[in-house]
Design a protein. Sequence first.
Length: 30
Amino acid sequence: MMTALRDFYEVIKACYDIMFDICSGNALKK
């Protein structure tokens, strides 16, 4: 149970990192 929860957390964190990079890139382009 905990391992599945940790894997889910890692996926969510990776998604946030990607979204942050995209948002930062868009902000810098403006």
